[in-house]
Design a protein around this ligand. Structure first.
Ligand SMILES: [Zn+2]
Length: 339
């Protein structure tokens, strides 16, 4: 079993990272660029037993170490993630946590748990099982609370032996400054449109749909793939702004509240951009309605940000959608009127 091929726009960054000798990296950048993918590829390369270091290549994909990573059982790799992310990305939880969740004693955590961090600190102090050193992957690193972050900080400050860290983050500004200063920073590059499109098609997205989905995701390939998986129709995306102008709730009916809010935030963003003379990022300019007054857009943007805070636990999803669409409609229809 070989490792999945790394996205083309991450090959060069991986080579750059491998040429340097950092013991703790912070991979940063906006969501959807592949922080997790690159972090895992870096850890796999560190642990690989047959890598051609002179060529600066990544993990070989077929040695016993690479195999152990692909089946999620490498004794020298510690993955620190919120439990929801572990489940989503196919990493096993420890027995006790899995049993507690199965017995409905608690829900899978959305943060990196203190218990998991304690295990990781213990892991860092043990000797390497396969003799190629050890690696700790933390993702998304911004999901550490102050207690877990401080526990990690101690280990980063006094690294024992042959352990290396890769923190991958989509919101690095939320990390403790002391954590950031202990790591070498690396900012992920934006992929070329062509690379991103080809990659989406390789993942099974129809070639005709890929450009529009990529646009809907603001150019971030992983986000575009997520939109495709959530059933976003590229055609419906283009029609969304005008549907909101009419107050058509049906246009968002198959969206979960969080998705609906994210779509409206993109619309609001593009209208603000257009209003200040910049190009829209998520929609085609031709699909956008007339730009409402700045004050109306600012009010809408603030209200959407507030709604986003409660979107995971809406009081009533149907009512929330109706309220969102009604607000979108009144904002969009304020264009041309005096504020
Ligand atoms: Zn290998």
């Amino acid at each position: 079993m070989s490792a999945p091929a790394l996205s083309p726009w991450l090959q060069r960054p991986l080579g750059e990272l491998l040429r340097q000798r950092g013991h703790a990296w912070l991979l940063q950048g906006p969501s959807g660029l592949g922080q997790y993918e690159l972090g895992l590829a870096l850890a796999a390369a560190w642990l690989c037993e047959q890598r051609d270091e002179a060529k600066g290549e990544g993990a070989c994909g077929h040695c016993p170490s690479c195999h152990a990573i692909s089946v999620r059982t490498h004794a020298d790799l510690c993955v620190l993630m919120p439990e929801v992310a572990m489940q989503e990305l196919g990493w096993p939880l420890d027995e006790k946590s899995q049993a507690d969740i199965d017995d409905k004693k608690r829900k899978p955590s959305r943060e990196i748990r203190v218990e998991a961090m304690r295990d990781a600190v213990g892991f860092a102090q043990r000797t390497s099982a396969r003799g190629r050193g050890k690696a700790v992957l933390v993702y998304p690193a911004e999901r550490m609370n102050t207690i877990t972050a401080n526990a990690l900080l101690k280990t980063l400050e006094e690294p024992v032996g042959d352990v290396r860290f890769v923190l991958a983050s989509e919101a690095a500004w939320q990390l403790l400054p002391t954590i950031r200063s202990r790591c070498l920073g690396f900012t992920l590059p934006w992929p070329e449109h062509e690379d991103a499109r080809n990659w989406l098609v390789e993942q099974g997205v129809p070639a005709n749909d890929a450009p529009a989905l990529l646009r809907a995701a603001g150019g971030r390939p992983s986000d575009a793939l997520r939109l495709a998986a959530a059933g976003q129709s590229p055609k419906a995306w283009g029609l969304l702004p005008k549907a909101m102008l009419r107050g058509d709730v049906a246009a968002l009916a198959d969206h979960a509240p969080a998705q609906a809010i994210s779509a409206l935030q993109k619309l609001c963003h593009d209208l603000m951009a257009t209003g200040s003379g910049a190009a829209p990022r998520f929609f085609e300019a031709a699909d956008l309605p007339a730009v409402p007054p700045k004050v109306a857009l600012a009010r809408w943007s603030k209200s959407l940000a507030n709604a986003a805070k409660t979107a995971e636990h809406p009081f009533n999803a149907g009512l929330m959608l109706e309220a969102l669409v009604s607000e979108a409609r009144s904002t969009l229809n304020s264009a041309g009127r005096r504020p």
